[in-house]
Design a protein around this ligand. Structure first.
Ligand SMILES: [Fe+2]
Ligand SMILES: [Fe+2]
Length: 272
């Protein structure tokens, strides 16, 4: 994975946060259908937790050779967690959280076994790099649909979703570089990397099912896996071809589209 620009810390405007707080999951489900709305929401809930893992990981194991963008990366991630929290808490309520001694506030429904904080630093850094790489793939796929008029009807929620995706596209090489500087090259076609991509997709699908139950709109695990396997399979294809670098141009386009086209459009929709 390659860097293509300096990381930019984007503010989420207060009008966006205000709009997101007024939007309901029931309305989202009515417009997008149960499976698609839960797919987006499961990413938001997983990400709120995962950003806390990334911050804790750097606190527990400060890198001996920090990568250049480390500070900006961590600032972006802390803000993602806070922005996702607005969307997630609005739908789930404050009772849907617990305090984890290592991570701080995390959603109850996430499965923490994918990233056990008592695992070795190398293992945690590897899993984090692979999941961030998967986020980079997902960002490109998601931004292709940013003009969907159904998304525009929920501008606060989708502003936060797309802003986050743009920054993930922008920084998904940082965890990768951090791993490679400290522990050596990642073999994307090897079984270890592919296993993490697969485990992340399955974990997100199970979270999607649990969120459906919690919100009173149950779905089957098969439908949830179908949603996540699409992202996993695109990532897997590029991993096996060892051409993740091809995503550099696509990631760059994704960020440019957000900044030039979609951000002003979604912001205006939140203000109106
Ligand atoms: Fe993030
Ligand atoms: Fe990230």
């Amino acid at each position: 994975m390659k860097k293509f620009k300096e990381l930019r810390i984007r503010e989420v405007p207060s009008s966006v946060l205000g709009a997101a707080r007024k939007e309901t999951f029931a309305a989202l489900e009515a417009d997008l259908g149960r499976v698609e709305s839960l797919g987006m929401f499961s990413f938001s809930v997983f990400a709120e937790y995962f950003e806390m893992v990334l911050l804790a990981l750097r606190r527990q194991h400060p890198s001996e050779a920090p990568v250049t963008d480390e500070k900006a990366f961590l600032t972006q991630e802390a803000r993602h967690s806070a922005a996702c929290h607005v969307v997630n808490e609005t739908a789930l309520g404050s009772g849907a959280y617990r305090h984890d001694p290592c991570l701080g506030r995390i959603p109850n429904l996430v499965d923490t076994s994918l990233l056990r904080m008592d695992a070795a630093a190398e293992e945690l850094a590897f899993v984090a790099a692979a999941i961030e790489a998967s986020f980079g793939v997902q960002s490109v796929l998601v931004m292709e649909n940013a003009g969907d008029p159904r998304w525009m009807k929920h501008p606060g929620t989708y502003y936060i979703f797309l802003y986050h995706m743009a920054e993930e596209a922008e920084h998904s090489q940082v965890s990768w570089a951090m791993y490679e500087q400290n522990f050596g090259a990642i073999d994307t076609g090897g079984p270890r990397f592919l296993a993490v991509l697969d485990a992340y997709g399955r974990s997100a699908a199970r979270l999607m099912v649990r969120l459906g139950e919690q919100l009173g709109c149950p779905i089957t695990l098969a439908d949830a896996l179908d949603t996540w396997m699409h992202v996993t399979n695109v990532g897997r294809t590029h991993a096996l071809n060892r051409d993740f670098d091809r995503f550099t141009t696509a990631r760059q386009d994704c960020v440019r589209q957000w900044d030039d086209t979609w951000e002003p459009m979604y912001r205006r929709a939140c203000e109106s």
